[in-house]
Write a protein that binds this ligand. Structure first.
Ligand code: ZN
Length: 200
């Protein structure tokens, strides 16, 4: 019996809502791999231009240098045989073909750690993350804290009326909500008296 797979790579997924610490957890695992002298590569999709072009930065400003790639296949081009660990952040912005790429990396013996958003602002799953969860050996689901009531939160409340599944933003554009306080399709939710609104 072994703690991790032997003679092959594997896939770890860190998924959950915004503000749930996904990127911090990814950075933590990658830092530990580096302390162990492992050859680490980190990637993120070109669409995510928040905060910093070349670094992976968590909401709490932890950072680690990363390479921005336009398409998932480019990850393979930047992974020579010496690479042992690959981290991928904001994976929901990659096309579902990312699953094939992760599979190939694992086949090459690489430990693949993927962090991504599970649900969009309508509480619909992102296809790429859903498929990766099925493919992965290890899945960590991180929960945020509902800003309205303090419950564990799985939803992303969009605070802007801008349309489309992908509107990149931080705490000015989204907030974490539990399923009770989540109001899909409303940017200014009205709370009923006696319900959820008491934050003090
Ligand atoms: Zn709540």
């Amino acid at each position: 019996m072994y703690l991790t797979p032997q003679g092959t790579g594997w896939i770890e997924v860190i998924c959950g809502s915004m503000f749930s610490g996904k990127t911090e957890e990814l950075i933590r695992r990658l830092r530990r791999a580096r302390i162990a002298q492992q050859n680490v590569r980190i990637f993120k999709p070109a669409i995510d231009r928040r905060y910093d072009e070349g670094d992976i930065v968590s909401h709490s400003d932890q950072r680690i240098p990363s390479r921005v790639v336009g398409r998932a296949e480019e990850i393979l081009d930047h992974c020579p045989l010496s690479v042992q660990v690959v981290g991928i952040d904001e994976a929901q912005f990659f096309e579902p073909q990312l699953v094939e790429i992760c599979r190939e990396l694992a086949r090459r013996g690489i430990r693949v750690i993927v962090a991504g958003l599970e649900q969009d602002y309508r509480a619909e799953p992102f296809d790429t993350i859903q498929a990766l969860v099925v493919e992965a050996e290890y899945v960590t689901k991180s929960l945020a804290i509902c800003v309205i009531c303090g419950n564990p939160a799985v939803r992303n409340q969009r605070l802007t009326k801008k349309g489309g599944q992908i509107v990149v933003g931080g705490s000015d554009t989204y907030e974490a909500r539990c399923r009770r306080c989540f109001r899909p399709g409303e940017d200014e939710p009205e709370l009923f008296e006696g319900e959820a609104g008491d934050t003090k």
